[in-house]
Design a protein around this ligand. Structure first.
Ligand code: URA
Length: 131
């Protein structure tokens, strides 16, 4: 469970298809998981953004929005009945009331390759634990 669709996800109507999705796919691969066997979704269902010129910049959803969408992600979990749920980042953790691991975008935001790898190793460990 991620946070919310970003620009690319909003365009394509599918979760984690942009740069964060590429990190997620790499982390899943390293954890021995195949995305095709997983249900990937978001805590919030719409792209929250602020406009700067022509660009639409990601805006973290407010707590009110997360609470409004909570029933939806909980219902998905009831219907899918997954063996394990992984909350990617703080918003998903708040929506689900569980401890999150790093969001893939956090890995991308690290200042250098060594820090990115450290965050990636922790994300992979959380996914491997869920596997
Ligand atoms: N970030 C998210 O939290 N979810 C997506 O689907 C894409 C980026």
């Amino acid at each position: 469970v991620g946070e919310a669709p970003g620009y690319h996800e909003d365009k394509q109507g599918r979760p984690f298809v942009g740069p964060a999705g590429a990190v997620l796919d790499a982390a899943l691969g390293r954890a021995g998981l195949d995305r095709r066997a997983l249900y990937v979704t978001n805590a919030v269902k719409h792209f929250s953004f602020r406009e700067r010129g022509q660009a639409r910049l990601h805006k973290s959803p407010t707590r009110t929005i997360v609470e409004h969408c909570r029933w939806w992600v909980r219902r998905e979990i009831e219907l899918i009945r997954p063996d394990a749920v992984v909350a990617l980042g703080r918003t998903a953790g708040a929506a689900l009331g569980c401890t999150p691991t790093w969001h893939p975008a956090y890995v991308l935001r690290q200042p250098d390759a060594a820090a990115r790898e450290r965050a990636m190793v922790e994300l992979v460990a959380a996914l491997a634990a869920a596997r």
